[in-house]
Write a protein that binds this ligand. Structure first.
Ligand SMILES: *Cc1c(COP(=O)(O)O)cnc(C)c1O
Length: 431
């Protein structure tokens, strides 16, 4: 029988990360996904041009919103995530920004947890408010009732991260999704630190998942990219989203009903925001993300195993006063880690050495294997001083409320040999 693994979502995760979404028989049987480095595509005949521009026919017209290489990535990630549709974008931040713009207009609110990635915080606190969209931060992100209390008639979404930055704190996704759905609001999860291998937020009620593919998905620190995934099935016509009602009315003649209603969010994201604001992924970047994703599950297994070994080492070290990693039994998030992360709660570990800022600086200067860099999710191990980089410029109280002290060091644990990572940290911490 002919090769059909590309369309079989019953295959295992690791099989799908290699095969899902790419049918070689439509691409000269090239086994590697080709890079379609094209600005635009031939429209064919007059009628087909009309169908393409009204999105009535699947196909490619202009590279700002459609490309065959990107489409393989979109389908592959949707399959791994258990979602219905995905949109590739130029960066993680462009996915998050365009997601908010798709959902909220002037006067609207996005309810969010406080321990977000810096770019998302700035977007919600400073940039979107200039356009009348307000970020409303919950008083206690560990308490679902706090999210319920923050929802108003103007709320258009709840936004959280599945593993917070930089301490890998975990929110109770299932409870927050219930709160959101009771009020007809979707739950958006930035799942960048977890990846679909460790956690699939849709299984706990999330409606949209955002990724910075710059991190673990591509996995090698070679590019900037993002992908948004929609589960499908959320009722966008529930009365809260007039812009979706208009969009539905405008397109119901041309686009098949189930396709339109099923994935109204991603259709509008592509047809409105990609089309006219233009943050699509480059096809060459999509190719590199696909290459990286072929080994996602293998890398994540090693990342989490190394992270646990490093966290266990740090906890027992006399020159370390605090370690944050939900895989540690003493972590306040350990129970949630066991529920949501049976394969391991990611590979971001933070710690504070005894001796304050001076001691933290000494560690940074003495590590020989960890690279002093602000990225995460590279196959190589990285270390950064959070207060002067990821959380730069934040008032002390705000930063400390997010668990970032002047001596907090964040580690992104790579896939090296764990004993080398531990020896490097032991050397840097030695007195
Ligand atoms: C890096 C990151 C982003 C932003 O992604 P870019 O690809 O750098 O734009 C968003 N969220 C999280 C959790 C991240 O780690």
């Amino acid at each position: 029988m002919a090769y059909q693994a590309f369309s079989d979502d019953s295959l295992g995760f690791t099989t799908r990360q290699l095969h899902a979404g790419y049918d070689p028989s439509r691409h000269h049987r090239a086994k590697t996904v080709p890079i379609y480095q094209d600005s635009a595509f031939e429209l064919g005949d007059f009628e087909r041009g009309i169908r393409l521009f009204s999105f009535a026919e699947d196909g490619y017209s202009y590279g700002r919103y459609s490309n065959p290489t990107n489409e393989v990535l979109e389908r592959r990630l949707a399959s791994l995530e258990g979602g219905g549709a995905a949109v590739a974008m130029a960066s993680g931040m462009s996915v998050i920004a365009n997601t908010f713009l798709n959902l909220a207009t002037s006067g609207d609110e996005i309810v969010a947890a406080g321990t977000l990635y810096g770019g998302s915080l700035t977007l919600l606190k400073k940039i979107l408010p200039q356009y009348g969209i307000r970020g409303v931060f919950v008083s206690d992100e560990d308490d679902a009732s706090s999210y319920a209390a923050a929802i108003t008639d103007r709320t258009k979404a709840i936004f959280v991260e599945s593993l917070g930055n930089p301490n890998s704190n975990i929110v109770d996704l299932e409870k927050i999704a219930e709160v959101a759905h009771r009020r007809g609001v979707p739950l958006i999860v930035d799942n960048t630190f977890a990846t679909p291998y460790l956690l699939r937020p849709f299984e706990y009620g999330a409606d949209i998942v955002c990724y910075s593919a710059t991190k673990y998905l591509s996995g090698h620190g070679t590019l900037i990219a993002g992908v948004g995934v929609e589960k499908g099935g959320f009722d966008w016509l529930n009365g809260r989203y007039p812009q979706f009602e208009r969009f539905y009315e405008d397109n119901r003649e041309s686009i098949p009903e189930d396709e339109l209603i099923g994935h109204l969010f991603s259709k509008r994201l592509r047809m409105t925001y990609l089309c006219d604001m233009g943050a699509y992924m480059s096809p060459t970047t999509a190719f590199y993300v696909l290459q990286g994703m072929e080994t996602l599950s293998l890398r994540m297994e090693r990342h989490v195993r190394n992270a646990q070994a490093v966290a266990d080492f740090l906890v027992s070290h006399p020159a370390v006063k605090d370690v944050r990693y939900p895989g540690l039994p003493r972590s306040p998030y350990h129970a949630l880690a066991e529920k949501y992360f049976p394969k391991g709660p990611g590979a971001i570990v933070s710690f504070r050495p005894e001796g304050g800022l001076e001691a933290a600086k000494r560690v940074l200067e003495r590590v020989r294997l960890f690279d002093f860099m602000v990225n995460v999710g590279d196959a190589k191990s990285l270390i950064v001083h959070a207060a002067t980089s990821t959380h730069f410029g934040q008032p002390v109280e705000v930063r400390e409320a997010a668990g970032v002290y002047e001596d907090t060091l964040r580690l992104s644990i790579g896939i090296e040999d764990a004993e080398d990572l531990i020896a490097d940290l032991a050397g840097a911490l030695a007195t």
